[in-house]
Structure formats: C-alpha cells, structure tokens
Design a protein around this ligand. Sequence first.
Ligand code: AMP
Length: 419
Amino acid sequence: MKVRSVKGTADVLPEERAAWRRVESAAARVLGNAGAGELSVPVFEYVDVFTKSVGESSDIVVQKEMYVFEDRGGRSLALRPEFTAGIMRAFVEHGMHTRPLPVKLWTMGPAFRAENVQRGRYRQFHQVDYEVVGSESPLADAEAVQLMYAVLEECGLTRHVMLLGSVGDPEDRAAYNAYLREALEPRRDELSEVSRERLRLNPMRILDSKHAGDQALIADLDRPLERLGEASRAHFEQVRRYLDAWGVPYRVDPGIVRGLDYYRRTAFEAHHEGIGAQSALGGGGRYDGLIKLLGGPDLPATGWAFGVERVIDALAEEAAADDGAREPRLFLVPLDEAAVDEAAALAARLREHGTVEFAYQRRAPGKGLAEADRRGATHAALRGASERAAGVWQLKDLATGEQRPASEDDLRALLEFSA
Ligand code: AMP
C-alpha cells in the first residue's frame, strides 16, 4: 500500500519554498522594525487555553474544529487552532506585563482546524500573527492595521484591501445581539442550521454566514457599526483619523465581525479578490478581556493573523512572486573528462556568491544545455579543450540564448550582481 498525506495537509516543495521564505522575511522585517519581538509557542496546549479564550460560540468550538486528544496521563490537549490564545498564555506565564508596555510580539507557524477542505481552507495551515499588549489607545489599533497592510505589501501583494469596522464595547455587543435576536427569533426556522446555533450563542456571527438565505434575512438589519455606543464610536473615529493621516488605504465595512468571542471595538480584515470564495487573507481586532480571562493582569490588547497559504495563492494570482529578474542559477557543463573536476572545483569556489550546480559526467553540449534547463538554471557555462586553452568558460544565457566567453571573475560577477 502506498502511503499518503492526510486530507487538508500539504507538502511545500522546493520550488514553492521561495514564496514562503519571502512571506516570513517580509514579516520579520516589517514587524521587527516596528519593535515586535518574535516568539514561538507550542503546537499543542491544554485544551482549556483555547476553549477558555476562543469562547463557546466560536466556529472553532461550535463546529468542533479543534483537534483534541488525550495524552497518556488522561490530560486533554489540543493542537492550536490559532495563535492568540497560546501567545497570551505565554505572556501570562512569563510575566511579560513587567516589560515596558506596550509589548509587541509576532510569530509564524502551523495551526490546525478540522474543517471542510476547499481552496483556501485546509486542516493544517500557517499563519503570521502579530499582537500588541498593554495599550487601549486607538494608536495601537491603527498601527496594527497599518502593519498588516505593510507586511502584505512587503510580501509583494499590490491588490489587497483592508476593511475596517467595530463590534463595539461589551455593552454594545450585548445590545446588538439583543437587537438581532428580537429581529430573527420569529424567523428562526428560515435560518441555516449554523446560524440557528449562532442565534442562540452569539447572534452577531450570523452576519458572517455564507448562506444566501441567511444573507437575505439580515439584508435590511442594522450592522454593528451603526449601533455603537459613544465611547467605541469615538475610538473608531480616532483609528480612522490615524489611518487617513498615514495614507493607509482601507474601506469602512459596517458589518465586519470576528469569529472569536473575545474581540471588542476595532475589527478588521484584509481581502484579495483573486483567491476565490475564501477571499479573506487575514483578520484581527482588539480583545481587551482575554489576558485577564487567562489568569493574567487586566491588560488591553490588539492583534491580527493572516493565512500564509492564502497570501501565497494571492501572490501567484498577481504573478508578483516572479516579478523582476530571477536570481541567477549557474549550471556548469564539462565537455570532456578533465572539465568534470574543474567544474566541481569551480562550483565549490563560486557557491559563496550564488547557486551553482554541475554535471557529474562529461556531457555533449546539447544534452548539457537541456539538463541545465531542466534544473531551472538561468545560465550554463561549458568547458572543453579550447575553453581550457583560453582559460575561460562558454557562458550561455538560457533565456536569451546569448553566448560569450567568461572568466572565473566574470562568472562570480554574474552571481554577485543579482544576488
Ligand atoms: P481566523 O483565525 O479564523 O481569523 O483566520 C485568520 C486567517 O487565517 C484567515 O483569514 C485565513 O487567511 C487563515 N485561515 C484560517 N483558517 C484557515 C484554514 N482552515 N485554512 C487556511 N487558512 C486559514
């Protein structure tokens, strides 16, 4: 029997890895420059860390999306379905509140949800996650939105849009949920099953329903932004003023709600029209009550996460992953026996400057060039008796077909120039 990967998981093959590295280094650069420290948290935690914090009405809990298992001591553990809970658990455990506030943190890694697999929805997926703890200021919210936009831009995206809304303070949420209940309870039977469950637990989440019937039922109802209290409205307007001042493009979306229960006030998403039905690249918002809930001090926080697979999908859609010149890859083709050792030795010398491979055996020129092409080289350099006599290699640009004699210095310059 042939072994297979689990549905909803994926291998990242060598030719795909460059895009992943690009996302990781964009995050490291942009978030690092904003003073965020990178941290790693475990892939699994006690299940309470997640159930306490994501709230009983979130999809993760309601739709049983969490991978929960018992260890041999009978302890209930779960694979992380998202990062915020684990990071805040670590924040509390390491007493990070004694550091100068606000504390900014970021991480990247896999998360796990037992979802229905489709484009953009996997069971093991990856997120870049940013959190800023210890500030109630709308500056922290605006900066978080700006950083998410900037990381996505640094990844190479040009067509992402930020949507901004507010779910209000807990009182606003409660009042809005009561309003929705009153409006929808009489038409309960017309709602989808998931929305009926949400009506019971957290009616606001019905706005997120992809179900056309649900959308028709709520079409004429007010959105959370239209029913904000005074304090959260002022906070929202201030976030907008900062974003306007900094020139961060965004659209106000009155209906934005976040999947997790601990959000309050600012809620935002990043979208990309190129990646199909699951068009959200990421989302975030303010979650002032969470750290206290996890046994820590009562500190406000804001954060976001985006899905790496979706960003890479969007990059491919924009063909931005390949923009500009390709990094040079040189393939050395020995045309006679003596050139095999020369190629190996030259490769060893040149590799500190860039990517160099060579054929382990003598090759006819045509075969050598075909091999260089198959291996994804941008340039091939060939050497036989006449090149040896002249102290050069025949360098061929595989894209243009141009050919010229090149010394070792020339080859080094080629690799260094675009590295
Ligand atoms: P959430 O934690 O649900 O707010 O998700 C934040 C982002 O993570 C989403 O916008 C997606 O880009 C990504 N994401 C969430 N769940 C999945 C999944 N099952 N597969 C792939 N990406 C996901």
